[in-house]
Design a protein around this ligand. Structure first.
Ligand code: NAD
Ligand code: ZN
Length: 350
């Protein structure tokens, strides 16, 4: 099989051939038709995350071993099954649930493998889908597409699923005004999901007018370009000067979190999702006095992925896929995402 692999931080991905594995037991060999290019693939390629104050969290310290094949938004057809597989058949079009856990920890035991203590996520801790074939450890991690467009379905494994988890958390206080920061792959899914499952008025914030325009088409009621020095005042004015009930930050960097905290009203709910990183000083008394909640959201569980696939089948959500690359163009795909040239999602069709 042919895979585009990360051999070390910031090194160009190399396309190499290895022997195609044969599935055993519960394993399934999937012939990859499309794989989404997520900003998290960029962090993996760059070798880690900005912790702020000059600190860097290396992915190798978290258990990543190079070379690794990135790609966690994997869609394809079942090519071969192990002798213990009965829920899928050869030829089925499937979406892969990549957030595989240990199966033993408290999170895994209640079905939240995405929050596992010892994660084995595909495209991160084990090889993913920047490849013409992908070996899935267990057929229970597959969901049948049943009519959903394969390129669009890729988004449901990560960008859509993460946005779904985050918007559900943001909706816990029944927001009148919901701010969504970032209108990229995750943020545009967030806008669509928020307009489908909440009653909130949606305010979308980004640096790029073209992305904000798409956010409007996807259901944002208001947009604000955060290059504007009056961003906070503009959001406050939209929220009748009371502030936003919930903010979901798909960027999560010092300037965006500062804005989020500044526009959050009393009893507000801030959900941090992005991994752009950095650090921030917070005036501690404001947290109890405003009685706000600050929480994180990390991907989502298998059942939510299946729910979301159903929403895509009904046309309630329509992932924006704006660019397609071959496997040999994997470096270009990552470079273009880094240069903010991608609207919504790009996919690789190996
Ligand atoms: P993307 O590159 O598609 O989109 C990022 C968007 O943020 C772009 O539209 C960009 O214009 C905007 N942006 C960047 N800096 C900004 C700023 N200062 N103010 C306003 N807007 C700004 O990225 P993506 O794939 O949507 O991923 C977003 C982040 O979420 C990444 O850090 C990614 O690693 C992370 N992520 C987190 C999870 C999770 O489970 N928590 C899952 C997937 C991705
Ligand atoms: Zn992702």
């Amino acid at each position: 099989m042919k895979s585009a692999r990360i051999t070390g931080p910031n090194e160009p991905l190399t396309v190499s051939e290895t022997e195609t594995p044969k599935p055993q037991g519960t394993q399934v060999l999937v012939k990859v038709s499309s794989v989404g290019v997520c900003h998290s693939d960029l962090h993996l390629w760059e070798g880690g995350y900005d912790l702020g104050d000059g600190q860097f969290m290396k992915v190798t310290d978290r258990g990543v071993k190079y070379p690794v094949t990135p790609g966690h938004e994997i869609v394809g057809t079942v090519e071969q099954i192990g002798d213990g597989v009965s829920n899928v058949s050869v030829g089925d079009a499937v979406l892969v649930y990549p957030w595989i856990g240990c199966g033993q920890c408290p999170a895994c035991k209640v079905g939240n493998e995405n929050l596992c203590d010892a994660p084995k996520s595909m495209g991160v801790f084990q090889d993913g889908g920047y490849s013409d074939y992908s070996l899935i450890p267990d057929s229970k991690y597959l969901a049948k597409l049943d009519g959903v467009d394969p390129d669009a379905a890729t988004s449901i494994a990560c960008s859509g699923l993460t946005a779904y988890t985050a918007i559900k958390k943001a909706n816990q206080n029944s927001p009148e005004f919901l701010v969504i920061v970032g209108a990229g792959g995750l943020g545009l899914m967030g806008v669509q999901i928020a307009s489908a499952i909440t009653d909130a008025k949606i305010i979308c914030v980004d640096l790029d007018d073209a992305k904000l325009e798409t956010a409007k088409e996807m259901g944002a009621d208001f947009t604000v370009n955060s290059k504007d020095p009056e961003t906070i005042q503009k959001i406050m004015s939209i929220c009748n000067e009371k502030g936003a009930d919930s903010v979901v930050d798909f960027v999560n960097a010092p300037p965006t979190v500062k804005t989020g905290l500044a526009v959050l009203r009393k009893r507000g709910n801030l959900v941090l999702v992005g991994l752009f990183g950095g650090s921030l000083e917070i005036s501690l008394v404001t947290i109890p006095m405003k009685s706000i909640i600050i929480q994180g959201a990390y991907t989502g569980n298998y059942n939510d992925m299946v729910e979301l696939l159903d929403l895509a089948r009904k046309g309630t959500i329509n992932p924006v896929i704006s660019k397609r690359y071959s496997l040999d163009e994997a470096n270009n795909a990552l470079e273009d995402l880094k240069a903010r040239k991608i609207l919504g999602r790009a996919v690789i069709n190996p």
